[in-house]
Ligand binder design. Structure first.
Ligand SMILES: Cc1cc2nc3c(=O)[nH]c(=O)nc-3n(C[C@H](O)[C@H](O)[C@H](O)COP(=O)(O)O)c2cc1C
Length: 126
């Protein structure tokens, strides 16, 4: 678990102790927090357990989620919300593109964390 920009976020993949995360989420659930935001690493059984252990709003980030899978975790009930990083960064009109099935701009990792506007404000809209 790491604190980034004042928000707590759990990485569920880099642990060799999924049991620790089951314990952690059950304890966090008792605190009445607004939401839990997970960056999922691929341990599906653990994710399913977290869904059951966490009674509040669950936000799920699947790094590199393919476009065809947008909405699938909400539809299945595994998550209340899905979060997107790179695809939204690269597509200022992300929602419009999803709605109209338009192609997405490819994110450019070379401009990540650059400290300047380039790569943050200059991706083209449709
Ligand atoms: C440029 C950039 C900045 C990011 N900053 C943060 C951050 O401040 N806090 C955070 O929790 N995750 C941050 N992330 C990680 C994303 O939230 C996300 O977990 C990751 O990019 C994988 O999901 P994606 O494939 O949908 O982008 C950042 C990612 C990128 C590419």
């Amino acid at each position: 678990m790491a604190q980034l920009q004042g928000k707590w976020k759990i990485w569920d993949e880099d642990t060799e102790e999924p049991e620790l995360y089951r314990y952690l989420v059950a304890e966090l659930d008792k605190l009445g927090l607004a939401y839990l935001h997970i960056m999922h690493g691929g341990n599906e059984p653990l994710l399913n357990d977290i869904r059951k252990l966490w009674k509040g709003t669950l936000i799920l980030n699947r790094p590199g989620r393919p476009r065809e899978q947008i909405g699938s975790d909400v539809a299945s009930g595994l998550a209340d919300l899905e979060s997107y990083g790179q695809m939204v960064l690269a597509n200022p009109d992300f929602v419009e593109r999803v709605k109209t099935n338009a192609p997405m701009n490819e994110p450019q990792p070379a401009t990540y964390y650059g400290g300047a506007a380039q790569g943050y404000t200059d991706y083209p809209t449709l």
